[in-house]
Write a protein that binds this ligand. Structure first.
Ligand SMILES: O=C(O)C1=C[C@@H](OP(=O)(O)O)[C@@H](O)[C@H](O)C1
Ligand SMILES: C=C(OP(=O)(O)O)C(=O)O
Length: 425
């Protein structure tokens, strides 16, 4: 699908989409519980749908009850010897240790960008926990055979926090007097989100400085009701759209959330946007925007909306943490440089820093998402202040996290048309 977005002012109100980070974790916790969990405000992005399918294949019964999702489970009891995590990095890194709780040999696969993302962590770590594991030279598919036996272990957290999320979730179901020690953990707030969710499902982990995670007496996940929060990662694009092109009010955003990407508020403030945060609503209005410095090491998903913001700020914005982007859905530092370059915005990559030379004018152009949802959304926001329309190719990439994104942009006043790709016979 191509989306053609015309420049123009925006003004309006919209409700944030459900957080895929929270939804996928809740699905996993429901699978690990005994009994019936009701998930309110569920997400239906591709990553969330993949999580539901994985949970079903690992033994949960899932049905839609009105607006909610009901998950009934009796712990991990796989129905099949193969699971597919779609394109979700979190999905595969979280469900692999969970699937390893069973003693069945299981093949774990995925598609699209997930096929190119590193998985060698599992080959190094799972055998230490009694799980046989092999990969295709560090890539998919994974072959595992459990059962996982928790014990004291030390892991490297520098590539991604998602592996730790998976281990924590799996340990939560079976561990007794065991400690996970992590060196050089990145994306720490995502671990805070994992611990918060585990606690909501009845499993408490003692943590010290995000370096040690201690499990004491054996615990069990408790089925119950869970409401998925609005997604700060997706809403960041709407808030930036407001900051550069008008005004918007976004509902269902918890300013006390553990989600790392609520840090977009700090960046918007530094850039000079007007912000009116409530408890569950955020209003942002355009201001005279100036270049800013921001460290996105622990909130790497903010890079794309930050670049769309920085392109509209006078001066050179410095964003730290580029090395975190190499293994996302695309090599995002380079993709942003290439696609914003087509729109006349010069981006330099200097070691771990990105320099965005903003305020020079955004040009209408044809851009490509590289099958990366956050690149499609960043280009969509950049189009609002371009001199001519921007044509985004492969715009359906948004379905990974935020299928409603272009509708939401329209709802707050953006003018866009869609062109479906011709079907080949
Ligand atoms: O746990 C999560 O929900 C996520 C963790 C982050 O990954 P890293 O820990 O690899 O940075 C983030 O980029 C990803 O989109 C979602
Ligand atoms: C990198 C992302 O997700 P994941 O790693 O879960 O695929 C993302 O949503 O930007």
């Amino acid at each position: 699908m191509k989306v053609i977005l015309s420049p123009g002012e925006i003004r309006g109100t919209v409700t944030a989409n459900p957080s895929k980070s929270a939804m996928q974790r809740a699905v996993a916790a429901a699978l690990l519980s005994n009994g019936r969990t009701l998930i309110h405000n569920p997400g239906f992005s591709n990553d969330c749908l993949a999580a539901l399918e994985v949970a079903e294949n690992l033994g949960a019964r899932i049905r839609r009850v009105g607006e909610d999702i009901e998950i009934t489970s009796n712990g991990v009891k796989p129905f099949y010897d193969t699971i597919n995590c779609g394109e979700s990095g979190l999905g595969i890194r979280m469900f692999t240790p969970i699937a390893a709780l069973a003693d069945l040999a299981i093949t774990i696969n995925g598609h699209g960008s997930l096929a190119t993302r590193p998985m060698d962590f599992f080959e190094q770590v799972l055998p230490q926990l009694g799980v046989q594991c092999s990969t295709n030279q560090g890539k998919l598919p994974l072959h595992i055979k459990g059962p996982l036996q928790p014990k004291d272990i030390t892991i490297d957290g520098s590539l991604s926090s998602q592996f730790l999320t998976g281990l924590l979730m799996a340990y939560g179901a079976v561990a007794e007097n065991a400690t996970i020690t992590v060196k050089d953990l990145k994306s720490k707030p995502y671990i805070a989100l994992t611990l918060q969710l585990m606690e909501q499902f009845g499993v408490k982990v003692e943590q010290r400085n995000f370096e040690q995670f201690r499990f004491g007496k054996k615990q069990a996940y408790r089925a119950g009701e869970y409401t998925v929060e609005g997604d700060w990662s997706g809403a960041a694009f709407l808030l930036v759209a407001a900051a550069v092109a008008g005004k918007a009010e976004v509902h269902h955003l918890n300013t006390q959330s553990a989600q790392s990407d609520k840090a977009i508020l700090q960046a918007l403030e530094k850039a000079g946007a007007h912000i009116m945060p409530g408890v569950f609503t955020v209003i942002v209005e355009k201001g005279g925007l100036q270049a800013f410095d921001f460290d996105a090491t622990d909130c790497p998903d903010l890079f794309p909306p930050l670049v769309a913001l920085a392109a509209n700020c006078n001066g050179t914005t410095k964003i730290k943490g580029v090395s975190r982007l190499a293994h996302k859905e695309s090599d995002r530092g380079k993709t942003l440089q290439e696609e914003f370059g087509k729109m006349g915005i010069r981006i330099e990559l200097m070691g771990d820093e990105m320099l965005v030379h903003g305020g020079t004018g955004i040009k209408g152009a044809g851009v490509h998402s590289h099958n990366d949802h956050r690149i499609a959304m960043a280009c969509g926001v950049a189009a609002l202040t371009a001199d001519k329309p921007v044509v985004i190719d492969n715009a359906e990439a948004i379905n990974k996290s935020y299928p409603e994104f272009f509708e939401h942009l329209q709802k707050i006043g953006a003018s866009l048309t869609r062109e479906e790709a011709a079907v080949k016979n």
